[in-house]
Design a protein around this ligand. Structure first.
Ligand code: NAD
Length: 454
């Protein structure tokens, strides 16, 4: 049974009038998000109490930031999952299935949006309209119409949106940013960026709601928005045009047998992609025990014929500052990781990362900086296990503990940053469908700038 994630919802913000681009989209954390030091904790509500919501934004926030914030409401379309999440988090607030009711009854100051990607816009716009600040998971949304709705809601509101682009906070990526800001390789002219998802992690996207365009906007949006945001941030510029190729040639219909999901599958002995979810108590409690409410199968078959996303993608991006990027995303690689190289007028910066390998890997990440006509310097940064390479706690410290912390590397992502990351993926999807390049300025009222506006 298809999850009810894409059910039609009342459009909360009517206007899609085009207006001047970006004027109000300032790059700073909202003052209203600053946790009170006078004893009053900031009132948080959450919509979408699944894996990411209950874990990274739930249990950990209750445990590590309890002096600064408190949950006053939890909401999910699946009432069982909201209750399960509440227990897992150790929260004592009420749970809801109706978002507006939660906001009216619990009066949160900040709403955390951790639902399925294709539904974020509804809750972001409504939360702003009801006077709340918003922390939204990436990708901020999944298409240009939903994005324009968010941009219009933001223009009408004094409240602010933080987009949780956590990848910026990984120490190695921060070091790359620092080197680029110092002009270590001169002016950057082009970038080669290739990301490999392996047959474990990559396959998992094809088991879940991510397999449907309506829910995820494809992996060009759900997954690559992380990578496109990193590019935008590293390059300090905005994308101008996108040309892409993509296909679905491995998962989905490209197989001789299939089932609904792994647990009851009669073919588990002959399927290399069989995954035994029953070994994971947390996932069983969050999803299997609550299937009766929405029919959502967390261990869906990777060979399902309804899969309508790409499993191989190649994207060319031209930035407004003339940097050109070659990007690719592969979803069935034997190993997981990425390679990136920045080509500059004075040299080249290379970085590669192999993560989540079944075999031992080096305990450090490496950056190689090579000067033209010169030598190579190798910079090693110790790896941090879990929490997206140590990024998640750093981002949460900044959001919850001390939003006034200096931000010399400009790691805090605002609504314009969230929009630009989404726009590359949306443009790439349209380009694959049409076979033509897509101009970013044709999608919403945002006009790409050569130097990212402050
Ligand atoms: N930044 C990161 O590294 C990172 C990692 C994982 C997930 N995420 C993001 O976090 C979000 C949640 O992902 P997840 O892995 O927890 O997925 P999930 O499926 O575990 O959770 C999503 C939850 O949203 C609920 N939901 C769906 N539609 C709803 C609606 N209309 N109203 C109310 N609730 C609704 C579902 O019932 C579910 O409980 C996604 O946007 C995802 O992209 C980010």
């Amino acid at each position: 049974m298809k999850p009810e994630y894409t059910m039609s919802r009342r459009e909360f913000v009517a206007s899609t009038t085009k207006a001047a681009a970006g004027a109000v989209l300032i790059n700073q954390l909202p003052a209203s998000l600053i946790a009170s030091t006078g004893g009053n904790k900031r009132r948080l509500a959450m919509i979408g109490t699944g894996h990411r919501g209950s874990g990274m934004w739930g249990t950990s926030v209750v445990k590590d930031y309890g002096d600064y914030v408190e949950f006053v409401g939890l909401c999910d379309i699946n009432p069982g999952r909201a209750e399960t999440a509440k227990k897992m988090m150790g929260a004592s607030c009420p749970t809801f299935t109706n978002f507006e009711e939660m906001i009216l009854k619990t009066k949160p100051e900040t709403v955390i949006v951790t639902t399925v990607d294709g539904t974020h816009h509804t809750f972001i716009a409504k939360a702003l309209e009801m006077g709340c600040d918003v922390i939204t998971e990436k990708p901020m949304t999944t298409d240009e119409k939903k994005l324009q709705l968010i941009l219009d809601a933001q223009k009408k509101s004094k409240n602010k949106i933080i987009v949780a682009h956590n990848y910026r906070y990984t120490p190695t990526r921060a070091k790359i940013k620092e080197l680029l800001m110092q002009g270590r390789i001169g002016r950057i002219t082009s970038v080669d960026f290739h990301w490999y998802l392996n047959v474990y992690h990559g396959a998992d996207y094809f088991r879940r709601w991510h397999r449907l365009r309506d829910c995820s906007g494809t992996l060009l949006n759900h997954k690559a928005s992380h990578h496109f945001d990193l590019l935008n941030w590293w390059l300090e510029s905005e994308p101008m045009s996108v040309h892409a190729l993509g296909g679905l040639e491995f998962y989905g219909k490209n197989h001789e047998f299939r089932s609904t999901n792994c647990r009851p599958c009669p073919l588990k002995d002959k399927c290399q992609f069989y995954w035994d979810m029953t070994k994971d108590k947390r996932l069983m409690a969050l999803y299997a025990d609550n299937e009766k409410y929405d029919g959502y199968l967390r261990d869906g078959c990777v060979w399902k014929e309804d899969i309508d996303i790409f499993d191989k993608m190649a994207v060319q991006i031209l930035y407004a500052n003339k940097v050109q990027v070659s990007y690719s995303l592969t979803t069935y690689s034997p190993y997981e990781g990425y390679r990136i190289a920045f080509n500059g007028t004075k040299g080249r910066l290379d970085h590669w990362m192999h993560e989540k390998q079944p075999w031992p890997t080096d305990p450090y990440d490496e950056i190689q900086v090579t000067d033209n006509f010169g030598q190579a310097e190798f910079i090693r940064i110790p790896t941090i296990e879990g929490n997206h390479g140590g990024a998640d706690p750093l981002m949460k410290d900044k959001i919850f503990k001390d939003p006034t912390l200096p931000d010399p590397l400009r790691q805090a992502a605002n609504v314009r940053d969230g929009a630009m990351a989404v726009l590359i993926g949306v443009a790439a999807r349209h380009s694959i469908d049409s076979g033509k390049p897509v101009a970013i300025s044709d999608l919403t009222d945002l006009v790409p700038q050569a130097v990212k506006p402050e």
